[in-house]
Design a protein around this ligand. Structure first.
Ligand code: FES
Length: 209
């Protein structure tokens, strides 16, 4: 891929409209692209730059700062094993080894069937369930060898397909402005704002000086 097409482009344009400045939509659009491809492809970076009135370098610079945005192809499921202090004390490194052998991929690699990419991650803020991991940002904790084997089986057979979304889908509920305020109202507000800026630039002021 891929530039945004048809319905996805409409969604992207709606997201851009949610922000006072188009560039503020950069990260949400990165997640949108990633929810489709699993990672942020070069074409998608270029299209996001157009939509946010920035440059591909700026989009790349923003995206590359965040671990949650993948810049290279990954498996259908990204499995991130926590080895931070609480998990480490509860067997986090043993869990990581178990995941590598069960899922068939070393850290940073993708299994031969293209299903799983394994990562080592920092604290997932679910320390009370150490040792734990996430799969596409859905958490699984208190895992032992049997738990890892069962998790792989459930993912491979699609048993928990509804629980674990595509990679890049962060929120279960899509941000959707018209539920709070119509896009027409947003457009009207933008028009008023632009007029205000133009008046200020022309030295008319708001009378509050
Ligand atoms: S240390 Fe692993 S979730 Fe906090």
């Amino acid at each position: 891929m891929t530039r945004f097409e048809s319905d996805i482009l409409a969604e992207a344009l709606e997201i851009v409209k949610l922000y006072p400045e188009p560039r503020s939509a950069t990260i949400p659009l990165c997640h949108l692209a990633q929810s489709i491809d699993g990672y942020l492809a070069k074409d998608a970076i270029e299209h996001i730059a157009e939509l946010t009135e920035t440059t591909p370098a700026e989009v790349y610079g923003t995206a590359s700062f965040y671990d949650m945005i993948q810049l290279h192809p990954v498996g259908k499921y990204v499995v991130g094993v926590c080895t931070n202090i609480a998990c480490m004390l509860q067997g986090g490194y043993e869990l990581l080894e178990e995941v590598e052998s069960t899922f068939g991929a070393a850290i940073g690699e993708t299994s031969a069937d293209g299903l799983f990419t394994v990562e080592e991650v920092e604290c997932l803020a679910t320390c009370d369930r150490a040792p734990c991991l996430h799969v596409n940002y859905r958490y699984f904790g208190l895992l032992d060898s049997e738990g890892v084997r069962k998790l792989k089986e459930d993912l491979t057979t699609g048993k928990i397909e509804g629980e674990v979304p595509n990679h890049g889908v962060l929120s279960r509920v899509k941000r959707h402005a018209p539920e709070l305020i119509s896009m027409k109202e947003i457009d009207d507000l933008r028009t008023q704002e632009d007029k205000l800026k133009a008046d200020r630039a022309a030295g008319k002021g708001s009378g509050n000086a």
